[in-house]
Design a binder for this molecule. Structure first.
Ligand code: NAI
Ligand code: MG
Length: 489
């Protein structure tokens, strides 16, 4: 098994992790390209039915022993992984930047640091999956237990692979499940490396990582009869497919999907700190490649020109460049097809009557490879594709509003409902609006990322189920059993 070494900018061939060892694939290898310069940084096996079957068999084989361990022991192992990760964070962050193009300074270092918090948090919750007792009769003891489901089939995307892997691995394992995770073909290495650190502490087969394409390895996993739970993060289209596969076998499904999240700026919020918060909320530092990106910006008519001017001035200062360069604020778009898709959205939007480009736009020949500058488009109608579909790029549309009812209606006129951001010093109107917006997570006067302890997840077509919290862990990764004991005999 080749060890991943991201310097100098090369990773090599890395096998899957199955039953505690490396595994290659019958179908050969997939080349992984770095968006920073287009070079091939390494290869992963092109897994399919056979390799997924081996991984599921390993996970199934490891399940009973893992489930039957004292929960305190499982918690300790997950906490020990957290401690071991501390020394590996820079290494993990660099691999991540190299493979998916997110900037090291503004994104992947913070994402790597989150791993430690995440494993520590869930490790500490091992004994918190408590049951209830029901007062049925004096001579009956009725109580409930939370039991693991078995083999969890997890699938993650490329945009924040370390974070998205950790919020599935740590809670699923701590609750006594075993896992087969399929990583994204565009960004497999950082999670494979994370899994090898986990493997130093875990029994073989408890955590298995498979690589390959969605339609091959992904489908093999969602179709496998021994998978007891599906947990998916990615596009709404594939999420729908995962849910169909789950329906065939009545397997519970958790989905964390896309978004087109609104940011609502009230007339009393025409200030620099709001501009900074809106930029963070738009996830510009991740090139907008985030499911929670606040990509529909509703600015009150009274401050529209003044606020957008300040926003454009700030965005022009951001440096888009090599993701590994410490001075880059933003890195690269993950691959050519996502880049082409984002450019097509910008072109399509600018052809609509009245559309005005305030910043950024389709890159020219002088721009670095796969780089798109922060793009702001005004004069957009809330019904346009640009305002309705998830672009997954650094593109925000700005739409003016006049009345609170009107802006709430526009914000809710979406089949998505993941996140929202409200900006106002008037607590009443801000919180009132937060309550009216159809989204699983609303932030008022801040634009940061998810925090452990919050049950994070979407309304409407943004998903089903919650992650990042004790409650989400118990709901997603356990099933409830009632035991009724007759005490009369
Ligand atoms: P995707 O949803 O196709 O990929 C996510 C994961 O699902 C990958 O591991 C992929 O291999 C796997 N997958 C694909 N097809 C599958 C299938 N039939 N069965 C099982 N697994 C399958 O996302 P992709 O193609 O990378 O990006 C396309 C668009 O999806 C983006 O432009 C963005 O709009 C959205 N997206 C949203 C994300 C989010 O967190 N909300 C994350 C990534 C993408
Ligand atoms: Mg790539």
């Amino acid at each position: 098994m080749t060890r991943v070494d991201a310097s100098p900018y090369f990773v090599g061939d890395v096998e899957m992790l199955v039953d505690g060892s490396g595994l290659s694939a019958e179908q050969g290898w997939i080349e992984v390209e770095s968006p920073r310069d287009g070079s091939i940084i390494g290869r992963v096996p092109r897994g399919g039915d056979a390799e997924v079957a081996a991984a599921v068999a390993a996970a199934r084989g490891a399940f009973r022993e893992w489930r039957d361990r004292p929960s305190r022991e499982r918690g300790k192992i997950i906490s020990d992984i957290a401690t071991a990760l501390v020394a590996e964070l820079e290494h993990l962050a660099r691999i991540s930047s190299l493979e998916n193009g997110n900037a090291l300074r503004t994104q992947t270092r913070g994402e790597a640091a989150f791993l430690v918090d995440c494993f520590r948090y869930f490790g500490g919750l091992a004994q918190e999956a408590k049951g209830e007792t029901i007062p049925i009769r004096q001579d009956v003891l009725d109580y409930s237990r939370r039991e693991p489901l078995g083999v969890v089939g997890a699938i993650i995307p490329w945009n924040a692979p370390l974070m998205l892997a950790a919020v599935k691995i740590a809670p699923a394992l701590v609750m006594g499940n075993t896992m087969v995770m399929k990583v994204a073909e565009d960004a497999p290495f950082a999670v494979l490396e994370l899994s090898r650190i986990c493997q130093r502490f875990l029994p073989p087969g408890v955590l298995n990582i498979v690589t390959g394409y969605g339609r091959e390895a992904g489908e093999a996993l969602t179709s496998h009869p021994d998978v007891a739970k599906l947990s998916f993060t990615g596009s709404t289209g594939v999420g729908r497919r995962v849910m169909e596969k789950g329906a065939e076998r009545i397997v519970p499904v958790s989905l964390e999907l896309g978004g087109k999240s609104p940011q609502i700026v009230f007339p009393d919020a025409d200030e620099d700190w709001v501009v900074q918060g809106v930029i963070a909320g738009m996830r510009f530092f991740r090139q907008g490649q985030s499911c929670t990106a606040g990509s529909r910006l509703f600015v009150h008519r009274d401050i529209f020109e003044s606020f957008t001017e300040k926003l454009v001035a700030e965005l022009t200062e951001l440096k888009v460049g090599d993701p590994l360069d410490e001075t880059s604020d933003m890195g690269s778009i993950v691959n050519q097809s996502q880049y082409d898709k984002i450019c097509a959205y910008i072109e399509d939007g600018l052809q609509q009557p009245g559309a005005r480009l305030l910043a950024g736009g389709v890159p020219g020949p002088e721009d670095p490879r796969l780089s798109i500058r922060p793009t702001v488009i005004a004069g957009v109608d809330n019904s346009w594709r640009l305002a309705r579909e998830e672009i997954f790029g650094p593109v925000v549309v700005v739409i003016p509003w006049s009345a609170e009812d009107e802006v709430v209606e526009m914000a809710n006129d979406s089949h998505y409902g993941l996140a929202a951001f409200i900006w106002s010093k008037g607590l009443g109107q801000a919180v009132r609006t937060a309550h009216r917006v159809e989204a699983g997570w609303v932030q008022v006067n801040q634009g940061g990322g998810q925090a452990l302890g919050q049950s994070y997840g979407g309304y409407k077509q943004s998903g089903i189920g919650r992650e990042f919290s004790l409650e989400g862990m118990v709901e997603s990764y356990t099933q409830q059993k009632h035991v009724s004991v007759n005490l009369a005999h």
